[in-house]
Write a protein that binds this ligand. Structure first.
Ligand code: ADP
Length: 369
């Protein structure tokens, strides 16, 4: 296992493009970290700097307290799994798994034992004599993971390892990778643009935005319930949070015919007077029962249903509240009719306010749950 520390790490490519800005983070021994963000936000660049495949332009990167900026990939004790499995097509699964060890000149007996042990962990025992062309995408990915696993490493790096798989295989591999991590315990950094993957697999997530700026680092729970800014609020959650933009006047916002008093939600409503804010709530946070009074209460809203989408476990409702469009998630057994009036509540504890100028969440005393 390994402890990693990044101090103001920056990457500027030779063409002058500044791909990662002031990356600061401490990663504990054995943590599973996801770097998540849209394509081009600097995730792979960060991963490649950890791997020693890309030079760090400025800042310091430490592995177990030792400055690692100049260390070779080999010295860092890493294994990496790429999106393209990069298997050798002319070698069997057995040979693919053992290839790295053979190169290191390890005894055939030892290799045999390790290959069989790794194949067992990954459920590949019966495929050892097959060639990659005769494997499914999921099996190829398992071989790629196995090839990295077989070497005793302290840091496991994965770059979008599941993106070539179909949706069902992705879900299976997600839990397999988690289980492998649990049993192997290596510090793992996993790059993905898929927020569900990040939410389900990580101990902590790093949300990055284009230009290579870290937006928030936190547990999946923290990011979901305490997004630091508008970007994270909009990025985490599917369908995304409802955003209603408006200027605060008399402690209230007005959008369309909607008028909402911000007093129960923010700590210092006076400080927001005259400012443009975004009022936000998650589609799944709404309630259909009358809210309690006081701080436990909520906004009572009346909408007209434009469209419904039955997903099975729930229904997405596209509705109009006083000329503001919102998406709501409701119990499929209580799906409202299209065109019908639909009354719902946004609990105060599920309402967020963001300052449009800073894009930061406005402080609130509410307990989020
Ligand atoms: P991500 O993994 O988040 O999709 P990358 O780290 O691959 O993003 O790339 C971040 C940005 O750096 C992108 O805009 C990309 O075009 C740019 N970039 C990547 N590699 C190079 C390079 N060798 N030279 C110049 N720019 C690069």
């Amino acid at each position: 296992m390994a402890h990693l520390l990044f101090k103001d790490v920056n990457k500027v490519y030779p063409n002058g493009y500044h791909a990662v800005h002031d990356f600061n983070m401490e990663i504990k021994d054995g943590e599973f970290i996801c770097l998540v963000g849209d394509s081009g936000c600097g995730k792979s660049t960060t991963l490649r700097m950890i791997a020693g495949l890309e030079e760090i332009t400025s800042g310091e990167f430490y592995i177990d307290g030792e400055l690692a900026n100049q260390m070779s990939s080999r010295e860092r004790g890493i294994a990496m799994v790429f999106q393209s499995y990069a298997l050798y097509p002319h070698l069997t699964v057995y040979e693919n798994l053992g290839f790295g060890l053979t190169l290191e000149g390890i005894d055939a007996d030892v290799i045999d034992e390790k290959v069989k042990q790794t194949a067992k962990i990954l459920g590949l025992t019966e495929y050892l004599e097959r060639f990659p062309r005769n494997l499914s995408g999921g099996q190829c990915q398992r071989v790629a993971v196995g090839r990295a696993l077989i070497r005793k490493v302290n840091i496991f790096l994965m770059d979008e390892p599941l993106s070539n798989l179909d949706a069902k295989q992705r879900v299976t591999m997600r839990s397999e990778i988690k289980q492998i991590h649990r049993s192997v315990g290596a510090t793992t950094i996993y790059v993905t643009h898929d927020q569900t993957e990040a939410m389900t697999m990580s101990d902590r997530i790093v949300v990055m935005k284009s230009g290579g700026y870290v937006q928030q680092i936190g547990t999946p729970y923290e990011l979901y319930f305490h997004p630091r800014n508008l970007f994270v609020a909009g990025f985490i959650g599917e369908p995304p949070m409802n955003f209603i933009k408006s200027v605060v006047s008399g402690g209230k916002i007005k959008a369309g015919e909607l008028e909402l008093d911000l007093t129960p939600v923010v700590k210092d409503v006076k400080a927001l007077e005259g400012k443009e804010v975004v009022f936000a709530f998650r589609p799944e946070a709404i309630k259909v029962q009358t809210p309690a009074k006081g701080k436990e209460g909520g906004y009572e809203l009346d909408s007209v249903v434009d469209l419904t989408e039955l997903l099975g476990d729930m229904t997405n409702v596209y509705a109009n509240v006083g000329n503001v469009n919102v998406i709501l998630k409701v119990n499929p057994h209580h799906t409202p009719e299209m065109g019908a009036h639909f009354k719902f509540f946004v609990p105060y504890s599920a309402a967020y306010v963001f300052d449009c100028e800073t894009e930061l969440a406005v402080e609130s005393d509410l307990k989020r749950h």
